[in-house]
Design a protein around this ligand. Structure first.
Ligand code: ATP
Ligand code: MG
Length: 393
């Protein structure tokens, strides 16, 4: 629901607002650029402008909905509202509220409220925000078939943001991802397997501003074309949130190592695999000037992810391993994957051989994993990383 004639998007940013002045200005510029990149990528007809501590999208009535969605898909955005802009005069604002109520008289619901805020000095306008709420509320009341005011939990909120010269009227606030603008943090490598977890983990660090270098380990018979396609599809989805970033996937050949592990390593096989994986990822990270390795691991989700095993496998690299899903339940991760839009591709059946042993080690020590490791594992990991190919998604 939006006011008739709404052609502007009012964007509110999230954690950007808690920064010092200089950092905030820099982040707002970045946020502006990132919104613009998504707007262009989707061929939405809108111009992006940074004004005060807000960002505005100037669209038209046809494109305002798509422009609002584009803003609400940008990391660092708290929420976005399609708004009607009128002059900062009480009559104009009250009239806009009344017209909005008239247009939507049958979909307002049982209860409504009018909320107004005014920016600027106390005497910037010859009216207060309370005046707007009272007179606007009365005007809306007149337009509705069976009006009822509820100031605590209304079905519909008619909102006004009044600035010095113009006022924004809106009824809808679309949630963005929150977080920080992409690019405001250093890059990290994201290990993406195409399962449900890893794309969500990658999305979480992107949300906090860190661009990702996606890395996929090609596992030969233990992976296969469908396994790989799944990983690539999920990265393609993530790339829609970052059209102005390089999201090509580094594909590391690991099929022969998997064969070796399947033949030579027993209960600690998955742990050895993890060490190989971290080590190869570290190599890519150094080359790409990335500062950490992101995985979709969570405590206890699998035998290789018990608290003890995470500790033992993590020693393979000195680079920080970032695990945004560490404490999350699978159901919550799955729900987030659906929301982000990676769930469907993550659940394509991959039909590959199983690498996990029948009786996996759940309580490893450094000695157990060390002695299970084939000689030269780390050299092998580095060589595999050297031989990585770049997949254009
Ligand atoms: P996901 O965790 O993505 O659902 P999964 O459950 O099949 O996939 P796990 O066995 O839980 O994967 O692996 C733990 C983490 O290790 C993954 O979240 C991912 O970050 C990384 N990982 C595992 N296999 C691969 C691979 N083939 N390529 C890249 N990363 C991988
Ligand atoms: Mg997993």
């Amino acid at each position: 629901m939006r006011p008739p004639g709404a052609d502007t998007v009012l964007v509110r940013h999230a954690d950007v607002g808690v920064k010092s002045g200089k950092v905030q200005a820099e982040m707002e510029r970045r946020l502006r650029d990132n919104i613009e990149a998504i707007v262009r990528d989707r061929a939405v007809d809108a111009e992006v402008e940074r004004r005060w501590s807000r960002i505005l999208l100037h669209a038209d009535e046809e494109s305002v909905d798509a422009a609002t969605d584009a803003a609400a898909d940008t990391f660092g955005v708290q929420s976005a509202s399609p708004a009607l802009v009128v002059s900062a005069e009480k009559e104009a604002i009250v009239d806009a509220l009344a017209r909005t109520a008239r247009e939507h008289r049958n979909s307002v619901g049982d209860t409504f409220a009018v909320r107004a805020r005014r920016a600027g000095t106390a005497d910037a306008h010859p009216f207060t925000s309370e005046d707007l709420e009272r007179e606007g509320g009365a005007a809306v009341f007149e337009e509705l078939p069976d009006p009822d005011v509820d100031l605590t939990d209304p079905d519909t909120t008619f909102s006004v943001e009044c600035r010095e010269k113009e006022a924004f009227v809106y009824t809808e606030q679309r949630d963005g991802p929150g977080g920080l603008p992409l690019g405001s943090q250093a890059k990290v490598v994201a290990l993406v397997s195409g399962g449900i977890d890893s794309p969500v983990a990658a999305w979480e660090v992107m949300k906090r501003g860190a661009p990702i270098v996606p890395v996929y380990l090609e596992l030969g018979d233990y992976g296969g074309p469908d396994h790989e396609a799944r990983a690539m599809e999920t990265v393609r989805r993530l790339a829609e949130f970052a059209p102005n970033y390089d999201m090509r996937v580094r594909k590391i050949p690991a099929g022969d190592t998997m064969e070796t592990l399947a033949e030579e390593v027993g209960p600690a096989r998955m742990l050895v695999y993890r060490r190989f994986m971290y080590r190869a990822a570290e190599h890519i990270a150094r080359e790409a000037d990335a500062t950490g390795i992101v995985t979709g691991e969570a405590i206890g989700q699998k035998s290789s992810q018990t608290a003890r095993n995470l500790g033992v496998t993590s020693t393979a690299t000195e680079m920080p391993i970032l695990r945004p899903l560490l404490t999350m339940d699978k159901s919550a991760i799955t729900e987030r994957a659906r929301r982000i839009g990676t769930f469907r591709d993550s659940t394509i059946p991959a039909g590959c051989n199983r690498i996990a042993p029948d009786y996996p080690e759940t309580n490893a020590t450094a000695e157990i994993v060390d002695s299970a490791e084939p000689a030269g594992l780390y050299e092998r990991a580095e060589e595999a990383a050297e031989n990585a190919t770049i997949v254009d998604i």
